[in-house]
Write a protein that binds this ligand. Structure first.
Ligand code: FE2
Ligand code: FE2
Length: 221
């Protein structure tokens, strides 16, 4: 049984069909992009987090796979997408003959990636949270409307750049955001995304790293 690679996962038509369906479900209710773009970005960041923190290569690849599949459950519905996503991924990874010892790591990360009250229980979960919750960007907004938008959409619209910097030496994970304050002010950003910032902080703390937030080059956390 060989190692299943992220390249094989990305090529698989099953995953593409389900991620596409997830995105269509969100599009139907006017929610932000939740398809291949979000999957790829979360996968890249989750992998980079472990790579920069000097985890073994295979762990980096497992984080990439977990990141890529983390929202696949939205193809069924959004409220329990962590649970449905974990079960969909389990079935899919078993079909690909992934080792059980690796499948369990991935389904745990998928199943726990929206947890708000607890510190992540594994490096894969923490890496996926860092990848997922960093993805705030104006390109995710689908509507052309610029008035009457909910806060969440406005925060995404205002965010023109989002970068997660991981520094193993100083044990720091920094989220660097560029926000157009003509669309939202910084206070509104915090009102809307405070919970998300706390999730990122817990995920960084899992790696015994400090979490720092920069908005328009000013340090906030
Ligand atoms: Fe999610
Ligand atoms: Fe997500």
């Amino acid at each position: 049984m060989g190692n299943i690679t992220i390249t094989e996962i990305k090529k698989d038509s099953y995953v593409k069909i389900f991620l596409d369906a997830a995105d269509k479900n969100f599009a139907a209710i006017g929610y932000k992009e939740h398809g291949l773009r979000h999957a790829k970005l979360t996968s890249n960041i989750a992998g980079n987090v472990l790579a920069y923190l000097n985890f073994p290569k295979r762990d980096v690849e497992l984080a990439q796979i977990a990141g890529y599949l983390h929202d696949i459950g939205n193809s069924i519905e959004m409220h329990q997408h962590t649970l449905s996503g974990a079960l969909l991924a389990k079935r899919f990874l078993q079909r690909m003959n992934m080792k059980d010892s690796e499948i369990i790591k991935i389904v745990t990360a998928i199943g726990s990636h929206e947890e708000k009250d607890i510190v992540p229980g594994s490096e894969l979960t923490a890496a996926v949270i860092l990848g997922d919750k960093t993805d705030v960007h104006h390109t995710r907004v689908r509507t052309e409307k610029r008035t009457g938008l909910d806060e969440h959409t406005r925060v995404n619209l205002a965010c023109t750049n989002s970068f997660l910097r991981v520094d193993a030496k100083s044990k720091t994970v920094s989220l660097e955001l560029t926000i157009n304050t003509k669309i939202i002010d910084i206070g509104e950003y915090f009102e809307t995304f405070l919970e998300r910032m706390l999730q990122l902080k817990k995920a960084a703390n899992y790696f015994k790293c400090m979490f720092v937030l920069y908005i328009n080059k000013n340090k906030f956390l």
